[in-house]
Design a protein around this ligand. Structure first.
Ligand code: GDP
Ligand code: MN
Length: 394
């Protein structure tokens, strides 16, 4: 799960991490007036005379796309708020269609001396938390990683041992902080680590982490992703979910507990088990096709779940053919067959459908498909299935 920058900042603040103060303004009538009121309220509390208007969307790269504006007086703030709220931002992370702005965050302006980068992720290969920092903040960190990987300092933290001051010192040294700032940084990074661990995050990214002209560290931006499997432990975090930021297909998929990831190709895949789903995508590619999605209905899907999975696949207009690839273990092939038929009939399926079934009750499943009256292309084995579905798109 993803949250907005303003929510991430509020979460970090609870863990003692310094963030700028701000006020949220939602879309609706009189955005300018409400923004003005929020800015004045903020100035009263913080004593600031500069504000930053920031579009709140679930994507980075807002600055370059015109979604972040520094304002030195109230009239330009009103104009900026109105303009940004009306925007649909197209950034490298939104896709070509862009993302409509529904919320803006008005923040006290910060005086920036240095823009740094800080991030925390999990490295599954070494079963550790990896903390990263770089002097090259504010820029696209992917580019730094590709061109100047030596400019990213990494420390891996064994979760059993936890964060230790030496981890923080190593990061701080790489950032060329002063002795005074280094002391602050050790605690600051420790608080970020605590926020990451205690909230079951999968990623925390602060870009930029700034050093202010007064010499303090502040998170000027904050992106947080959570491990969905840990969300049941955090109802307060789950409440921050913003459905407006998610696609209809994502919402449907999460409602029925389906692992769905849209891709660029034209072959819709309905598979049970993540491993089988990945090998299905591989074999489609091997035979010259491109999968339109990754979709794992799980090991014990019901007829209803299969039917909803089908609807999600068909909601993608790029899908030219569908491959159902099921290994019935816990899940029975006849149940799958019924789900497929129910969905195909209900949606009056118009694209070719290739089905490969194997495992428990496979004979019964094949019989159900064969006598359904639907034009289903049966396949034996993975290779046969991939060849048939690729041919069907041609
Ligand atoms: P992103 O483009 O979506 O990553 O949005 P950011 O929150 O990182 O903001 C983009 C850029 O706007 C930052 O790198 C800063 O250079 C600038 N910026 C953001 N807030 C402030 C501020 O308070 N003062 C100043 N001077 N610049 C800011
Ligand atoms: Mn940023």
């Amino acid at each position: 799960m993803n949250i907005h920058e303003y929510q991430a900042k509020q979460l970090l603040k609870k863990f003692g991490v310094r963030v700028p103060e701000g006020r949220l303004v939602e879309e609706g009538p009189q955005v300018g007036e409400r923004a003005e009121k929020a800015a004045q309220d903020l100035a009263k509390a913080q004593g600031n005379s500069v504000w930053v208007v920031k579009a709140q969307i679930h994507a980075g790269g807002r600055g370059k796309a015109g979604g972040v504006r520094v304002c030195k007086d109230i009239s330009s703030l009103k104009a900026a708020a109105t303009e940004i709220m009306a925007k649909t931002l197209v950034t490298p992370q939104t896709g070509a269609g862009g993302k409509k702005v529904h919320k803006i965050w008005i923040e006290e302006g910060s005086e920036i001396a240095r823009e740094l980068y800080f991030g925390i992720v999990i490295d599954r290969a070494i079963s550790s938390v990896v903390m990263m920092a770089s002097t090259e903040g504010g820029m696209e960190i992917e580019e730094v990683a590709a061109k100047n990987p030596e400019k990213i300092i990494k420390v891996s933290v064994d979760p059993t041992l936890g964060y230790q001051p030496f981890h923080g010192r190593k990061l701080a040294q790489g950032l060329a902080l002063t002795a005074e700032q280094m002391k602050e940084a050790v605690g600051f990074f420790g608080n970020l680590y605590k926020a990451f661990m205690q909230s079951d995050c999968s990623q925390v990214e602060i870009n930029p982490l700034i050093v202010t002209k007064k010499g303090n560290l502040v998170c000027l931006d904050a992106k947080i992703n959570f491990d969905d499997n840990g969300l049941f432990r955090h109802p307060d975090i789950f409440e921050m979910r913003d459905l407006q930021e998610e696609s209809a297909a994502d919402i449907e998929a999460s409602k029925y507990d389906l692992a769905y990831i849209p891709l660029d190709g034209n072959i819709g895949c309905l598979v049970n088990g993540a491993g089988l789903a990945m090998s299905t995508m591989d074999i489609i590619k091997l035979h010259g096709g491109e999968p339109a999605n990754f979709l794992d209905v799980g090991g014990s899907a019901s007829k209803e779940k299969v039917s909803h999975a089908f609807k999600i696949i068909l909601s993608d207009p790029h899908v030219k053919a569908i491959l159902v690839n099921i290994f019935g273990g816990i899940m029975k092939c006849d149940v799958i067959a019924e789900g497929v038929i129910a969905a195909a009939k209900e949606l009056s399926l118009k694209v070719p459908l290739v089905v490969r079934l194997e495992g428990t009750n496979v004979e019964r499943g094949k019989e159900i498909l064969a006598t359904s009256g639907l034009k289903i292309i049966p396949a034996d084995g993975l290779t046969d299935a991939a060849k048939k579905v690729v041919a069907a798109t041609k």
